[in-house]
Design a protein around this ligand. Structure first.
Ligand SMILES: [Zn+2]
Length: 238
């Protein structure tokens, strides 16, 4: 077996160990809780966006009413001033009186609209406040979970770091072409990309090779493809 074949087997071993360590991390109770918190945060964020939108719409409506209100107030003050002006004729005063009573009606209408809007604004603000409080609690919970996760997973994380370093070291002995073939096969077989031929039985699919196939394989390169399962096959030779 040449150096590349030995390295390939080692690479497979390292990657399986990495998969096991990563599965251990995922299986930690905090991981599941963190996923739940992340989901809750996402849901909360969309609810918050919605309620902020509602609150802003209400504020715009209120602002609009307040502007109209101010405009009518100005008109009213102006009309009253003109009425008190000694140059204003009786006819003009009559017209201004009519205008004043129309303004009063409009102002009443606006106040009628404003009341429920202010109530709605209070509701939206209260809802927004509640959501923000829940959000703060979720962030607190998340921080606590992350801390506990970090403490409990330190050992596994250290193992993963070491494995990754070993992986980098071993890749030096494997050609880029072979690395690409390995990556593709690994993906296809969920990690179990390489098997070895010991005797005439591949170690993973365990389909016994026909004698002539076996003869061809042992005379060929030390890394080939399993004729049955199409995993990479390291031939140990005779
Ligand atoms: Zn096979």
């Amino acid at each position: 077996m040449d150096a590349e074949a030995t390295a390939l087997l080692k690479l497979q071993e390292i990657d399986l160990a990495l998969m096991r360590a990563e599965a251990q991390l995922r299986a930690m109770p905090q991981a599941e809780k963190l996923a739940r918190v992340a989901k809750a945060k996402k849901k909360l964020s969309s609810e918050l966006t919605r309620i902020i939108g509602t609150r802003k719409d209400i504020e715009i409506d209120i602002e609009d009413i307040q502007e109209q209100h101010e405009r009518y107030e100005r008109d009213r003050a102006e009309a009253k001033a003109t009425i008190s002006d000694s140059n204003t004729t009786y006819k003009e005063i009559q017209a201004l009186d009519a205008k004043l009573s129309s303004i009063a009606k409009q102002l009443e209408k606006l106040e009628f609209k404003l009341g429920p809007l202010l109530e709605k604004l209070d509701e939206a603000k209260a809802g927004e406040g509640k959501l923000r409080a829940i959000g703060a609690k979720l962030i607190e919970e998340e921080t606590a979970l992350r801390d506990s996760f970090a403490a409990d997973s330190a050992q596994i994380c250290a193992t993963i770091e070491n494995l990754k370093e070993d992986r980098e070291d071993i890749l030096v002995d494997i050609s880029e072409e072979m690395q690409a073939a390995y990556a593709a096969t690994q993906k296809r077989f969920s990690g179990l990309a390489v098997e070895r031929l010991t005797g005439n039985v591949p170690s993973t699919c365990r389909v016994k090779l026909a004698t002539d196939t076996y003869q061809i394989l042992v005379k060929g390169p030390s890394i080939t493809t399993c004729p049955y399962c199409h995993r990479m096959l390291v031939v140990e030779g005779l």
